[in-house]
Design a protein. Sequence first.
Lengths: 114, 111
Amino acid sequence: DVKVTQSSRYLVKRTGEKVFLECVQDMDHENMFWYRQDPGLGLRLIYFSYDVKMKEKGDIPEGYSVSREKKERFSLILESASTNQTSMYLCASSPAETGPSPLHFGNGTRLTVT
Amino acid sequence: ILNVEQSPQSLHVQEGDSTNFTCSFPSSNFYALHWYRWETAKSPKALFVMTLNGDEKKKGRISATLNTKEGYSYLYIKGSQPEDSATYLCALYTGGFKTIFGAGTRLFVKA
């Protein structure tokens, strides 16, 4: 079974801090994604990566960056955290030729920015 | 932009009740519709992948149908159990790296 592991379940950070959210998958998947989930809204794509060192903006990339130095690891970086980045963050992965196959998600990181 | 609507937003049922909820979309410009179950403190897990109009999938007490012509998919749970309590997400895979998610239906099953 695919395992996607997010390093923290809960995080509390202060406004202006630099925040790193880490995600590791163990199934050799090429594609990795970062989503955020807010009440009343569907999951929204922040960034994705289809290969090591490759990254693409999703629908809401502002205020975020990502890093993929190794195939199994995809990091989301908040350069200067703001209160409107308080949210649930979900990492996901999928194989290269995913077609209609579903995504494999981590358990999520609930980030609070005060 | 394709919009995915799920209704109701939340649902409270008694153990043993059968229930269903809806995912609706304005057009059939997608390759697959996914249903996920997301239990508290766990990861969303795929339940079904629907790809054809008239597609119907079943897993135990849970089943799903897809009607692309009318623009909806239904998820049915027969004889709800407390362990069915979760948020059920509908998502449309539109190709490439793009999946559009609905806001989910939160189901509470009371013992």
